[in-house]
Design a binder for this molecule. Structure first.
Ligand code: F6P
Length: 407
């Protein structure tokens, strides 16, 4: 049956609305439900000859800006209408829609079609900050410094906050924490089409293509030393170049790394072969901290601290290095880093993480069902990467070699 639905996204800028909209549309399409997104920001950029990214354009006290944005909203509402009349099933209106007046206009226009309002919020300041940094790198801010772009975006958010009216009178509504991917409140009639499916999509992690890469060889790796902030060797740079070559034909919009030189050097080399790619370093992906053993070789640890080597061998997952970390204590931060990745990647086709041996094992364990005690032994070579795809229709984990013959 060809059931029709209009989903109305709602929330302040940079709260993950577009990422959610894309996730919904793409997954519904995979289910065979014809869906389309009508994004006001994209239309604004297409319809305006001038750069409309300055904060004043969004001021409620700027009549021209208000009128232009209303016009864009009307065009998108009309386009959504046409889409539904032409055989489309789910039209997603992706805009801030923060005033009741705007939402009333949508309700009046679609009086014959069920509507579902989805309000996106995010209470995590750090994730929001990282999202603002990402947005500051977008082409519409190319004439400004990063600091100017962030300041302008924050001002834009303030304008939206000044007129923000949360969902309350709208009949079918869901409040989602887009960073945590969880539903905070909901009220919807059983008649909303696809409701259970939508609920499931909002709270399920969908991974289109995640490339989980380990950094290239470092001087510490050659000497079998743990931790530290060593640089790549010539071989490590060759490996990074092979990776760059391997991924040159795929679009990688963001590479997530740790703060350490070895992941940054690997990512920078990969970026050289991409047209538009930014690097976001997340401290959550820093390698396991070896505490008093940092910088030692495994042999030195066995000889000089046999109790450490023994205790770790007996229970590697739970073992915590003195003054350092263990797999168990890393779990929470790595998981948090992963949430940031999904929040920041804008639901793009491809995500790349360049991480470390232990961190990558923890990341992989979030997708594979492995017993804790097996996690510290997951195979994590430097000449292959993991390709992960997870959606309601499939789960794929492939270990793919990338080396060229010269390495
Ligand atoms: O040897 C490289 C390294 O990334 C070290 O920095 C880290 O301590 C280690 O691997 C983690 O692997 P394992 O838990 O097997 O010692």
């Amino acid at each position: 049956m060809n059931r029709k639905l209009v989903i109305v996204m709602m929330g302040l800028p940079a709260r993950g609305k577009s990422t959610m909209a894309r996730k919904l549309s793409r997954t519904l399409e995979l289910d065979g439900v014809k869906s389309a997104i009508f994004n006001n920001g994209d239309l604004r950029r297409r319809m305006s000859e001038e750069n409309t990214s300055s904060s004043i354009f969004f001021s409620p006290g700027n009549p021209e800006g208000v009128a232009f944005r209303e016009k864009i909203s009307s065009v998108n509402i009309e386009n959504a209408h046409k889409f539904l009349r032409g055989g489309g099933c789910v039209a997603i209106l992706d805009a801030s829609n923060v005033t009741r007046k705007r939402r009333r206009k949508i309700q009046d226009t679609f009086s014959e079609t069920p509507l579902l309002f989805i309000e996106c919020m995010n209470a995590d300041d750090e994730a929001l900050e990282a999202n603002l940094e990402r947005k500051a790198g977008l082409s519409e801010f190319s004439d400004r410094t990063k600091e100017e772009a962030i300041a302008s975006f924050l001002k834009r958010i303030k304008y939206y906050e000044s007129i923000y009216e949360p969902l309350d009178v709208e009949p079918n509504r869901i409040l989602v924490d887009s960073f945590e991917s969880c539903i905070l409140q909901e009220q919807a009639s059983y008649e909303v089409p696809y409701y259970d499916r939508i609920r499931d999509i909002l709270t399920t992690r969908v991974v289109r293509n995640l490339f989980l890469v380990r950094h290239g060889e470092t001087f510490f790796n050659v000497e079998d030393r743990i931790g530290g902030n060593s640089e790549l060797t010539d071989k490590g740079f060759e490996q990074a170049k092979s990776l760059a070559e391997h991924f040159a034909t795929q679009r990688i919009p963001i590479i997530f790394t740790s703060n350490y030189k070895r992941t940054l050097q690997t990512a920078e080399t990969i970026r050289e072969r991409q047209d538009f790619c930014s690097i976001i370093a997340l401290p959550e992906f820093n390698e396991i901290h070896g505490g008093v053993c940092e910088g030692m070789t495994y042999k030195q640890i066995s000889e000089q601290m046999p109790h450490v080597a023994r205790a770790r061998r007996l229970n590697k997952y739970n073992y915590i290095y003195p003054e350092g970390e263990g797999y168990k204590t890393m779990e929470e931060r790595v998981h948090r880093g992963l949430k940031k990745v999904f929040y920041l990647n804008n639901y793009d086709e491809n995500i790349m993480i360049v991480g470390h041996k232990a961190v990558n094992r923890m990341i992989l364990s979030k997708f594979l069902s492995r017993q804790e005690k097996e996690i510290p032994y997951i195979y994590m070579p430097q000449n292959r990467y993991y390709h992960i795809q997870i959606n309601p229709h499939k789960r794929i984990f492939e270990l793919i070699p990338y080396h060229t013959a010269s390495v």
